[in-house]
Design a protein around this ligand. Structure first.
Ligand code: NAP
Length: 482
């Protein structure tokens, strides 16, 4: 069964960078899946644009091959009709080529979305050319990919460049983590139930752990990653977004600015991070597998492929409850999870032999998106009162049965939100700037000191010192496992 589909009006979506990797892997398969779900209305058009010379037929072949490779099991009998919605224009973001033709093709009476699936240096010039060719009017939206800037200065410059041609309500800054089903469920769990919210504060929550662990290295993305590192690639955007959703106050309404105002307040309430509260690492070579330095082709690299840090939020709700963030490549397992670890009961009536147990609410983003709540029960059987932890598991695939199969992936949902004009799951310019303002001093400190990251083995949980970061506080990381 396919999940409920809310129809959208016919639209034009222009993928600038339509021959690139992101288009091939994510954007085009996502559109195809929405088509198969019945959400692409008749008359919708997807226009690929890039410098490569191609005609419509050649781009349709390119898209067909991309779907074969990346659309997974999704599919429908009508692929031909989907492909007939596609056309291509040769266009140069930095030159005159193709713009008149693109302007002629578009219909100003319908929603027009321009997906900037190109490097960030082209964002400003593209916005400027769209306006110059009369394509930046009210019905137009632009979608910009990460990385949104390299630091506060460059993010601000990008915001200024875009704001010269588009209003903030036309700009959709993508963070695909926000499009995940579980992330939205996090808001439903928090604000749709009476159960959790009264406990959601420093009085009852001991600490929160956010882990994004990958098993892959930086293979193939070495040049980008050497400039970015884990802090810029993961923490400043995805992990901070997750932190905001966990920590924010209930917005008055589930509306874009109400939600984004609350997220912004969280970022602004973050304390500067102490030097001793950050651990950085680089993965070592493993047999025939090259290490980080080889992958980024820089024997002197001081970029981190792993980071663990302790963040503190200075507000009434969270003062005293640390947020531990950890992300890295080539770790033991591929997993993304948030764990809300509740405090011990104030007193154990069962005596020391029953053990001390804690409730942990775990929100898994991958694999097996779902939420489980660890509760303490009596171990079944005779022999007195011994306590054990059992999960109340809400794995969506299990709970929702076939319904879960129709749940759109992050790109599907986010692209359709652009068409519908819903910015709730997109980052606002001030949020992005505030996030950089928090991470920049951390990065500057180690750059100024020429700090060399620690090392860690492939398949480990990162450098030992990351464990010590929590041990020092009398806590420990959850095991990294799939
Ligand atoms: P890519 O494979 O290098 O593709 C870049 C695209 O831009 C190509 O279609 C290229 O086609 C086009 N292009 C380059 N210069 C152009 C110009 N002057 N005018 C018009 N088109 C131009 O890059 P990508 O991996 O798809 O990444 C695109 C963006 O998404 C980047 O900002 C990246 O950071 C971001 N992103 C990518 C991924 C991913 O999984 N790939 C994930 C997250 C974010 P021509 O050479 O034919 O012009």
């Amino acid at each position: 069964m396919v999940s409920r589909v809310i129809p959208v009006d016919p639209f034009d979506l222009v993928i600038i960078g339509g021959t690139g990797d992101l288009a091939r892997r994510k954007i085009l398969p996502a559109l195809y899946r929405r088509f198969c779900a019945g959400q692409m209305p008749d008359g919708a058009r997807v226009i690929g644009a890039a410098r490569s010379d191609m005609d419509d037929a050649a781009w349709r072949d390119f898209v067909g091959a991309a779907l074969d490779e990346f659309a997974g099991a999704a599919g429908c009998d009508d692929r031909g009709r989907f492909l007939s919605m596609l056309s291509y224009v040769t266009l140069d973001a930095l030159g005159a080529r193709g713009w008149d033709k693109l302007a002629e093709m578009l219909d100003s009476s319908r929603v027009r979305a321009f997906y900037f699936s190109v490097g960030p240096r082209l964002f400003g010039p593209l916005a400027e050319r769209l306006q110059r060719h009369g394509l930046a009017d009210e019905g137009a939206r632009i979608v910009v990919e990460k990385p949104f800037g390299h630091d506060l200065g460059s993010a601000r410059a990008l915001n200024v460049a875009l704001a010269q041609h588009f209003d903030e309500n036309q700009i959709y800054r993508i963070d695909h983590y926000l499009g995940k089903e579980t992330v939205q469920n996090l808001m439903a769990i928090r604000f749709g139930n009476m159960l959790f919210e009264p406990l959601w504060n420093s009085q009852y929550v001991d600490h929160i752990q956010i882990t994004v662990a990958e098993t892959v290295g930086v293979n193939g993305r070495g040049e980008y990653y050497e400039r970015a590192g884990a802090m810029r690639d993961m923490v400043q955007n995805h992990m901070m977004q997750l932190l905001c959703l966990i920590a924010m106050e209930p917005p008055a309404k589930f509306e874009p600015d109400a939600v984004r105002d609350e997220k912004l307040k969280v970022i602004r309430a973050l304390d500067p991070v102490e030097e001793t509260d950050v651990v950085r690492g680089q993965y070592l070579a493993d047999g025939a597998q090259p290490g980080f330095k080889e992958h980024v082709e820089n024997a002197e690299s001081t970029t981190e492929s792993f980071i663990a840090l302790k963040a503190r939020i200075s507000n009434w709700r969270w003062a005293g409850t640390p947020f531990y963030l950890r992300t890295g490549k080539r770790l033991r397992a591929r997993t993304t999870e948030i764990a809300v670890v509740f405090k011990d009961t104030p007193h154990s009536i069962f005596g020391p032999e029953a053990g001390q147990h804690r409730n942990i609410l775990t929100i898994r983003l991958q694999p097996n998106e779902g939420i489980d709540l660890g509760v303490t029960i009596k171990e079944p059987g005779p022999g007195g009162m011994r306590l054990i932890d059992v999960p109340l598991d809400m794995t969506f695939a299990q709970a929702l049965g076939p319904e879960a199969e129709g749940v759109p992936d992050a790109y599907e949902r986010l692209i359709m939100d652009v068409i519908r004009g819903n910015q709730t799951l997109f980052m606002r310019g001030d949020e992005v700037e505030a996030a950089w303002a928090w991470t920049d001093p951390i990065i500057a400190r180690w750059e100024e000191a020429g700090q060399v990251p620690l090392t860690y083995d492939t398949g480990s949980s990162g450098p030992e010192e990351a464990l010590a970061l929590m041990h020092r506080d009398g806590r420990r990381w959850r095991e990294i496992r799939a």
